[in-house]
Design a protein around this ligand. Sequence first.
Ligand code: FES
Ligand code: FES
Length: 199
Amino acid sequence: MAYKPTNGLGETLNGRQPAIEKESPSLLLNVEVELTEAERAATPNRIMETKISFKVNGQPHTITTDPARPLLDVLREDLHLTGTKYGCGEGQCRACTVLADGQSIASCTTSMSEIENQSIITIEGLAQGNELHPVQQAFLDEEAFQCGYCTVGMIMEAVDLLRADPHLAKTDVQARMQRHICRCGTYPKILKAIRRAAV
Ligand code: FES
Ligand code: FES
């Protein structure tokens, strides 16, 4: 494989070193990769798509897609379940939390191949008809949100937490919820809502 240094504007430098090298070695990552004929033949241009079956809120789905695609993309773009939010896309804010076989996961960093044959629950699947899930009701009762962007992720996390420890006897709730970012700082009310939902 041969590398062609560029000047950052897509122009190759014909063997000269990029002028930026002296100032910022890290910018040397800006190179074009020129594949040999054999490498080109061995590298398919198209992503290999795969059929993946899974359930969302009780409904079976089979989609053909890139298995590395994040679950969050499929939920929002293909299935139009936009209740689950995109925050950082890097597993840091947990705004995108859903349940996979009952356990909370960050859907932005979970690939489709990882959830094959699993049962996903999103915020849209929590209520039973007109009756909100007890955690949803507790968040409403405690007014545990301001802009609401983090709320869905917080609720899904709390559902998993209370499933595993309904009396909150064994869980450090504050430590668990700290991995979720609330830019509005509504943590005290969120913790109150979770305690209210505990039986
Ligand atoms: S959007 Fe998934 S963790 Fe931030
Ligand atoms: S309520 Fe605004 S980010 Fe949490």
